[in-house]
Structure formats: structure tokens, C-alpha cells
Design a protein. Structure first.
Length: 180
């Protein structure tokens, strides 16, 4: 069983608990990252949600992330944990990803519900930046989440314009009132 991570799943070590057999950089076609999900637990609260990564379908895009391979015997346990972690407005949908080694494998991908109240992709960058600057949850400050995602992508040699622009804005280097 493969799971594709494109945000904190790439860097927080969650896979170790489930005996990850292998992890490899991978590409997911027709999606891009966007800080479009309001976290009300891990990186924010109900009263001050923090924008975290979700995916936006975009035909010409490719999202580079990490594919994790697990023993099929752990499937239900892993899916249960991911559903709890990602929340009720995410689905684990199967899409084919291409591993850096060239293999194409079906992977389960956490995809947020664009009709849910936690979807904030229609808010401006400026609104989401302000949210990220002030939000904090059980896992820490949302601004740290944003910086950690950027750091992990840079460590892997991945340039993601959405993450770069958003992180720069959160850190005060840029403030745009456009939409991601």
C-alpha cells in the first residue's frame, strides 16, 4: 500500500510508527499545493484556524511529494490514523503517482473537500496570511508549519511557487491581495 504526502506527512516522521518499508519522492499529476484548508486542531483552533496544505486540481500542474510504502497488513490501522489526523473533510482517494525511480504506483492521497467549511481556498492570500501569522494549535504555530513545509521542499530540491509565495508573505517579505 502506498500513501502520497505533500505537506507535513513528508517531514514529521508519522510513517515510522507504522513500519514504512520504503519512501521515495514522487509526482502527482494534475494537482498543486495550496494553503486552502483551515486547521482547527493541529495548527489552529475553531476561533483562530490556521491555513494548511490541501490540493487543488490543476490540469497543467504536478505536485512533487513523497510516496510511502507500507505492508498491506497495516492498511486499516494506517487509514484510521490518517482519517483522524486529516479530519472529517478529507478523503483518501487513489491516484497514480510516479516515483523518482520511474515506477508508477497507485497511492492513497489525502484530498480535502472543496465544499466543506474548512475549505478556505476562496479567501485572498492576504486573509490566509493573517490567519497563518496568528493561528496556533496542538502541533504548534501555523507559521512554523508553513516554514517547515518550505524547508522540507527546499531540502528535497523542490521549488513550489505557491509555498514560496505564501511563506514569504507569512514571514513579512511579501503581502499580496491576490488569490492562490
Amino acid at each position: 500500500m502506498w500513501i502520497f504526502g505533500y505537506g507535513s506527512l513528508m517531514w514529521d516522521g508519522w510513517e515510522q510508527e507504522f513500519g514504512c518499508l520504503r519512501s521515495e519522492e514522487a509526482e502527482l499529476p494534475s494537482f498543486r499545493r495550496d494553503f486552502n484548508k483551515a486547521s482547527t486542531r493541529r495548527w489552529g483552533t475553531e476561533s483562530a484556524p490556521g491555513p494548511t496544505l490541501g490540493l487543488e486540481p490543476t490540469e497543467a500542474a504536478t505536485c512533487v511529494g513523497v510516496a510511502f510504502n507500507f505492508a498491506d497488513a497495516r492498511r486499516e490501522e494506517i487509514l484510521s490514523q490518517l482519517k483522524h489526523r486529516e479530519g472529517p473533510h478529507f478523503s483518501l482517494l487513489e491516484h497514480v503517482v510516479q516515483l523518482r525511480g520511474g515506477d508508477r504506483v497507485p497511492a492513497l492521497i489525502p484530498i480535502n473537500d472543496r465544499n466543506a467549511k474548512t475549505y478556505i481556498g476562496s479567501r485572498t492570500i492576504a486573509e490566509r496570511v493573517l490567519m497563518a501569522r496568528t493561528a496556533s494549535g496542538t502541533a504548534g504555530r501555523c507559521s512554523d508549519y508553513v516554514a517547515n513545509v518550505r524547508q522540507e521542499l527546499a531540502r528535497r530540491g523542490v521549488h513550489d511557487p505557491c509555498v514560496e509565495r505564501f511563506c514569504s508573505a507569512v514571514s513579512g517579505h511579501l503581502m499580496q491581495d491576490d488569490r492562490a
